[in-house]
Design a binder for this molecule. Structure first.
Ligand SMILES: [Zn+2]
Length: 101
């Protein structure tokens, strides 16, 4: 694999080549594909080669057109309604300290 970068373009950290799982969606279907990526050791950004990005696009197009016969069926794919109250997103005072008005 020829890496497009040697350093992370986001934070400048060092990249390590790793095998990663990428989740791809196309229409109602989804697929997991294992590919090599450059992974930033500092911020976790993933970088893919042009060939890998093209490969993702081919898989997304097949998913969209229900051309899934070549893919291995793993299981069902669910959507889950969020049941977390909105208040979870409100800022809280650190360590229970009183917030000054
Ligand atoms: Zn980075």
């Amino acid at each position: 694999m020829i890496m497009p970068f040697t350093q992370c373009p986001v934070c400048g950290g060092d990249l390590l080549e790793k095998e990663v799982e990428k989740l791809l969606r196309g229409g109602i279907h989804a697929a997991v594909v294992r590919v090599h990526a450059g992974v930033c050791l500092r911020c976790g950004e993933r970088l893919y080669t042009q060939d890998t990005v093209r490969y993702f696009e081919q898989i997304r197009a097949k998913l969209k057109h229900h051309e899934t016969m070549d893919f291995q069926l793993l299981g069902q794919f669910f959507a889950v309604e969020s049941n977390v109250p909105d208040s979870a997103l409100q800022p809280t005072a650190p360590d229970g300290a009183a917030v000054e008005a």
